[in-house]
Ligand binder design. Sequence first.
Ligand SMILES: C[S@@+](CC[C@H](N)C(=O)[O-])C[C@H]1O[C@@H](n2cnc3c(N)ncnc32)[C@H](O)[C@@H]1O
Ligand code: SF4
Length: 354
Amino acid sequence: MGFGCVFVRGNRGVETSMKFTEWMLRRVYGLGSHVFLGSSRNADWIYEKVQRTRHLPLLAGNIANYYLRRPRVSGFLTLMLEPVFGCNLHCAYCWNSFEGRFRSMRPHLMPWDLFVKVVEGLPESIEAVTVVGVGEPLAHPQICDMIDFIAAKGLRSVLYTNGTLLEGRCLDRLAQTSLDVLCVSVEPDEETSRTYRNVDLSVIRRNVEAFVAAKQPHTQVKLAVVAHAGNVHLLDRVEEYWTGLVDAVKVGRMMIIDANSHPAVCMEPWRGNFFVHTNGEVSPCCVDFFGDLVVGNVHKETLASIVRGTSIPDLLKRMLRGDTPGRCRTCSEYNAPGIPVKAPKRPIRTKDRR
Ligand SMILES: C[S@@+](CC[C@H](N)C(=O)[O-])C[C@H]1O[C@@H](n2cnc3c(N)ncnc32)[C@H](O)[C@@H]1O
Ligand code: SF4
């Protein structure tokens, strides 16, 4: 098996019969991922978010804007919503673990009213809400109501979890929601699970088995694995251990936020992504856990109005000039050939500085 996003097998025991559009989009995304991210294995990750063909020109426009150094985003296509800030685990590579001083920087839980405002104010181009953030989403007491609300608005939902709270009443209720994708974060084997996530992998597996038995037929279950120096040689084990139970495995490179890297123009703010924190802050970067690139706040305006405003073009101009926020200058990712790059970076040109 290669790494990245790999279909293992439909957990209903049959190969998924793909409609032509899905087949075509997956191939287009595979090619795009190969060209721009260094591996075709991100196709499923992109397909999860963008399935309507009318949104393809926006996706293409965003990529073109980045490569042509135009300070604009053609369309916002993805939303990351942080229901919970703070976690019951302290994984070795996670922001939650090593930035203790940020504990009190925003509320632990996203209030329901704010959540509703985010979802109701989305631009039409966003099809799916990814429920994630620096924290464990299943710790939110209204998480299942959130998933139901997202579905009622005609949007798809993808929820990331460490799997530890996927049991009892939480599991029963989540299994009854219209969740589209449950993405469980794991390490490849028992030893790495203990070392890097401090959880017993067999407990996570038992929880996933129970969820698979109880879930709605359309809900997919996937795994998310962070590739780093301590597990990159073990990634094949993920398929061995989980085959037949999950629909896909996503492997992504570990992001490093205190690297000694060179300032560069990072593609992430051009991607058309919104990340909304529990306090309503909006950032265009999926790893801006500390709000260095904030372009607005949903307490004050809707996402649709942030799209129309000048904060995003201003930020992009700033980045093109090399005047990047401090954390961008030290943001990097683990070098892992065969696993897609998360955020391509291009050199800053002298002529952009003017
Ligand atoms: C921050 S967690 C939040 C959701 C949930 N607690 C979980 O573990 O899935 C979201 C994803 O980010 C991954 N992650 C954590 N630290 C990372 C890092 N330094 N680089 C890349 N991904 C990371 C986690 O493994 C998980 O798959
Ligand atoms: S479980 Fe998720 S949020 Fe919590 S420390 Fe681990 S990766 Fe971070």
